[in-house]
Each structure stands twice: as C-alpha cells, then as structure tokens.
Design a protein around this ligand. Structure first.
Ligand SMILES: NC(=O)c1ccc[n+]([C@@H]2O[C@H](COP(=O)([O-])OP(=O)(O)OC[C@H]3O[C@@H](n4cnc5c(N)ncnc54)[C@H](OP(=O)(O)O)[C@@H]3O)[C@@H](O)[C@H]2O)c1
Length: 341
C-alpha cells in the first residue's frame, strides 16, 4: 500500500477561465480511518461544471473550496481499511472523495456499488448528472408526446440523458452541441431527431434560423444547460405554455456574461406573453428520489436502452487540464479521471 496521499489543491482563485496555475499537486501522509470511518483508494474521479463555482469566493448554494483545500468532487474506489459497520476491505464504493488518490470518509457518506456495471457509471449516467436529468424532467418539464424539446451540451451526461428520456416519452428532440463530431454522436448514439453545431453559427440570430428549421413546430421544452448565445437563439422560438428547467449556465461560469442585463426586460416580457414556466433546479434538493432513479434507469442502462459516453483522462495530475478543457467543450461525454487501476 502506498503511504502517501496525493491531492489536487486550489492554489488561488481563478480569474475567468481557470488556468493550470490555479491548481497545485500536493502530497500528504496517508491518513488512517477513525471509528466509523473508511479509507478508500480512489479509482475514478468525476469532473463536473459545478466545480468551477466552488473555486470562487462568492456565496452560492454550496461552500467554496478554501485556498490550499482539496478540490471537491465525487469519486469511486476500493475500501483499503474499514472501521465502519457494513464495509470491508475490497468493497467498491462511491462518495465525495475530492480530487485525491485516497480519502477517509464516514461509512454513512459512502454508497456501495454493484460490480455488474463499470464503476464509472456511478459518476455519470447512473450518478449525479443522469439523476439531474431524470428528476428535472419529472418535476419541471411536463413532457407530452408530440411536443419538441431542445437541449444544449447535448452529448454530455445531463444533455444526453435529457434527450433520450424525452425521446422515449415521444417528443421530437433537438440537440445543440459543439462541433461536427458531437452533432453526429447526438444523432447516432443518443437518437436526437436533429442536431446543430452552435459553433457553426456566429450569432444567436443565425443559430435561431437553423433551430427554426430543426424545430418547425416551435420548442415546448428547453432544457437550459448553457445560457449565452443558445438561450438568446431559443427564447423567441418557445411555444406558449413552454417549460424551461433551468439546470446550468456554463457559458457564464467563467465570468463571461453573454446574456447582458439589457436583454432582461425582453426576456421578462416573453415569459409573461408566452406564459413560460422557468424552474430553477439544484439536484441536491432531490436526493430522496435517487433510489427511485436507480431502480428505474439501471435496467435501461444495462440493456442498452440508455446509451452513455465517457471521456477518461489518465492520472490525477491531469485532472486540472481535463477540467479546464471540459469547461469549453473539450470533453466528449462524461469527463472522468482514472486515478488508479
Ligand atoms: N443544477 C444542477 O443541479 C446541475 C447538476 C448537474 C449539472 N448541471 C449543469 O448542467 C450542465 C451540463 O452538465 P454536464 O455535467 O452534462 O456537462 P458536460 O456536457 O459534460 O460539459 C459541459 C459542456 O458544456 C458545453 N459548453 C461549454 N461552454 C459552452 C458555451 N459557451 N455554449 C454552449 N455550450 C457550452 C460543452 O459542450 P459542447 O461542446 O457540446 O458545446 C461542454 O462539453 C452544466 O451547466 C452543469 O453545470 C446542473
């Protein structure tokens, strides 16, 4: 057993898009578990857009990472030492390990994984992102067969689950994704009826024209993952009584406020005129339904009804680069880091 713990710490708060110097690789002595705790050797680490927010010192729905603190994140791993009831050496588990080679967590903070599916699925399609899509659609989208749904970041773990569940419910699905390969994957792997490359359109107006062709009956559900140009393009195409589950605004996470405040009055009025229902969604409010999600969706993943893509970077030291790339679309599918074999 290695006697040291490697971790990626927040070296300083980023200005705009993070750069490698905002992170630092640190080495600490390997901690031992106390009573009720478990020492886990991390196998896979999840990289998620929300982590960008944790790097800032602003008040949000979750606390910031302290300077010098380990970057927050969910991982999977094997139990090395257990002093918690119900866990034994060798168990495959998942929990908030942080960006680290090892973690000591309370047994109550860990969930055992079924070895029938790859442990990486617990971070994406059968983890927090897949659950976000499932619960957000159930609570806020009011899906109706024959309607049209649009979603951006469509090949990512949230967008691809949104598209597949909506299509299974009988909706026409329109993907917006970055680049020709991602639009191909949206159609061929995730079954979207149409897919547009947002990078191919220089402004919201030209993207809107193409979206109008891809969604000839208008858009009833816009699953909001990105904000920015895509939001500007979609809003005028929304049908009366449309629904917008507001899940993320990644175009704005690193400081670029593309949806300028002077656009708000027009947006405000279109919510009124079209009676749009916009629902803010934070997945952490809904954990009580996570087991229902697993019960319903695990068989769909096992038998291939739900497809998923993973993008696995190698080595904890490469987590910052993979994270920075993901924030601007460098990932193809759920971004994961392989920390150990
Ligand atoms: N509210 C919640 O509780 C909750 C939970 C989970 C996730 N989320 C949010 O859901 C969204 C998707 O998350 P994910 O984990 O599935 O991420 P993801 O799709 O794996 O990665 C982010 C993707 O965002 C797209 N993107 C980045 N900048 C963009 C821009 N300026 N315009 C358009 N697209 C851009 C890129 O895809 P392309 O290359 O295809 O453009 C990139 O691959 C994020 O906003 C995330 O914060 C929210």
């Amino acid at each position: 057993m290695t006697q040291t713990l490697r971790r990626i710490a927040l070296a300083r708060r980023p200005s705009g898009l993070p750069v490698p110097e905002d992170f630092a690789l640190k080495t600490d002595p390997l901690p031992g578990p106390g009573a009720g705790e478990v020492l886990v050797a991390v196998r896979h680490l999840s990289l998620d857009p929300y982590m960008r927010g944790r790097m800032d010192a602003v008040k949000s729905y979750a606390p910031s990472v302290a300077i010098g603190g380990t970057m927050t994140g969910q991982g999977t791993g094997r139990v090395l030492v257990s002093r918690a009831e119900g866990f034994a050496e060798g168990d495959l588990v998942t929990g908030m390990t942080g960006w680290a080679s090892h973690a000591v967590l309370q047994g109550t903070e860990l969930r055992k994984l079924d070895a029938a599916l790859p442990d990486t699925t617990a971070l994406g399609v059968l983890g927090m992102p897949g659950f976000t899509a499932w619960v957000g659609l159930k609570l806020y989208a009011d899906l109706k067969a024959g309607e049209t749904l649009a979603v951006a970041a469509a090949t990512g773990p949230v967008g691809s689950m949104v598209g597949q569940l909506a299509r299974a419910a009988g909706l026409r699905t329109v993907a917006i994704a970055g680049g020709a390969e991602k639009t191909r994957l949206a159609r061929d792997t995730f079954g979207f009826d149409a897919a547009l490359d947002h990078r191919a359109f220089e402004d919201a107006r030209s993207l809107r024209t193409a979206l109008g062709t891809a969604a000839p009956d208008g858009i009833d559900v816009y699953w909001e993952n990105v904000g920015g140009k895509v939001l500007d393009a979609v809003l005028p195409l929304m049908n009366t009584h449309g629904r917008i589950p507001l899940c993320g605004t990644i175009a704005m996470y690193s400081g670029a406020d593309i949806s300028a405040p002077d656009k708000l009055p027009a947006l405000w009025r279109s919510i009124l005129v079209k009676r749009l229902r916009i629902s803010g969604l934070i997945v952490f409010d809904h954990w009580a339904q996570f087991d229902d999600f697993l019960t319903e969706v695990t068989p769909m993943v096992s038998d291939g009804r739900i497809a998923y893509l993973e993008d696995i970077a190698d080595g904890l030291e490469n987590a910052p680069a993979a994270f920075i790339a993901m924030l601007t679309g460098g990932n193809t599918g759920k971004q994961i880091v392989r920390v150990s074999a």
